[in-house]
Design a protein around this ligand. Structure first.
Ligand code: GAL
Length: 411
């Protein structure tokens, strides 16, 4: 039996313990519309391990903005869940690994033969010299532009391959009462920012931001804010009140022409809305980033002191397995990074993402934890808010550099 808890119920989780049955608490932000892929994976777990009661503890909120705050309280309060959703890379390594709160999963990787089936780049992202810290369940792409082909035709526009081309069609769309680019709450605006940064800087300089070789207050990086500001003038003014799903809904309803969002949007459009890739919605690399795959990976780890360690190790085995990944990912809108995954199970969008993942240059996402630590990620929201009210690119660059120095980016 799966128990589904919302945040209000979380504190009472221990009192729910069912007469000596082994439990497994899985903590994530995959609630509601975001839930089907995780639920399918949990069903498979329960089939395999019928003696364990799964507690599916979710805290709603795209990109984990709310879940991470609750997780932090629990981790610091000595009440870790058995396992939690986290992004492979700096989000975990720069935070809970640095604090000595995670178990090294190297023995599990060896036992399962995962060093041979996961691509090298992803293994590196999940590791430090001291160990391997999480099991990736997927790879998502951040830099995707979504649209509805028939609508673009009706409005007489093409998919822009550069931001200059987008800014040219922006007035044509506005004159027809269409939002050129639909945005949602703050993190979705940061999500746009990282795609713009990749386009303006190119992949070498984008990477150099995270290695500390290019300063955030350099003329190049300040230029990102300038372009970002011009693009923001082509977006909806009620963005702050929309979730990423509501922003996607506007695109589907024909109220907006484009959306820049990770490919969980494909999962939402296919699994939740029942739309067909290619006919009902189209996609392209976000303008100016063709040939580059900005990636992130959702992963699970084993916190030190997890109450149900054995049940958690079984969960991690399933998360990293071919069968587990091929059940989860077609519903989620992500690809399995395993080199032996069964591509025929995946839809047209995901097959094209596979192709790009295997051939493109790869860089890591800021907003989704691959490139930056958790403190940088959460405080970058304030840098963006301040920029939106002041429009001062120079000041935004300086504030981002102060934050990078304070949080040890590239250090
Ligand atoms: C990302 C996460 C995705 C999806 C998205 C929207 O950070 O990696 O799996 O959940 O947030 O909430």
């Amino acid at each position: 039996m799966v128990k589904r808890l919302c945040i209000g119920a979380l504190l009472g989780a221990s009192s729910l313990s069912v007469a000596q049955a082994q439990q497994l608490e899985i903590f994530s932000w995959w609630a509601g519309d975001e839930g089907p892929a995780l639920e399918a994976l949990i069903d498979l777990y329960e089939e395999r391990y019928p003696g364990t009661e799964v507690v599916n503890a979710t805290v709603t909120g795209g990109a984990g903005v709310n879940a991470r705050a609750v997780l932090t309280t629990r981790m610091l309060g000595g009440d870790p869940p058995d396992t939690f959703q986290v992004h492979a890379g700096q989000e975990l390594i720069g935070t809970w690994v640095a604090a000595g709160r995670m178990e090294d999963l190297t023995p599990l990787f060896e036992e399962e033969g995962w060093n041979e089936v996961f691509p090298e780049g992803l293994l590196e992202l999940s590791s430090t010299d001291e160990g391997i810290w999480s099991v990736p369940v997927n790879v998502h792409r951040s830099n995707v532009m979504w649209y509805v082909p028939a609508n673009l035709e009706g409005w007489g526009i093409e998919v822009p391959t550069s931001w200059e081309a987008f800014l040219e069609v922006c007035p044509t769309l506005q004159e027809q009462g269409v939002t050129p680019l639909v945005l949602g709450e703050n993190w979705t605006q940061q999500h746009l920012w990282e795609s713009v940064a990749l386009a303006v800087l190119g992949p070498d300089n984008y990477d150099a931001l995270w290695s500390g070789e290019l300063a955030f207050d350099s003329p190049e990086a300040v230029g990102v804010w300038e372009t970002f500001g011009e693009i923001m003038a082509c977006t909806n003014d009620d963005a702050a009140g929309l979730s990423w799903q509501q922003a996607t809904d506007r695109l589907v309803a024909g109220e907006a022409a484009f959306n820049i969002m990770g490919d969980w949007a494909a999962g939402y459009m296919t699994t939740t809305l029942g739309l067909e890739p290619e006919t009902d919605f189209g996609w392209a690399a976000s303008p100016g980033t063709d040939g580059v795959f900005m990636l992130l990976a959702d992963a699970f780890g084993l916190p030190v002191g997890a109450p149900n360690r054995e049940a958690t190790l079984n969960w991690l085995r399933l998360v990293g397995s071919r069968e587990g990944q091929d059940v989860f990912n077609p519903l989620k809108g992500s690809i399995s990074p395993r080199l032996d995954s069964d591509i025929s199970l995946y839809n047209a969008y995901l097959q094209s993402a596979y192709e790009d993942y295997s051939t493109d240059r790869q860089v890591g996402s800021l907003v989704h934890g691959a490139a930056a630590n958790q403190t940088f990620m959460s405080e970058f929201a304030n840098v963006l808010e301040t920029y939106l009210s002041s429009g001062d690119a120079q000041q935004a660059g300086a504030a981002a550099q102060e934050l990078a120095t304070r949080t040890g980016i590239g250090g």
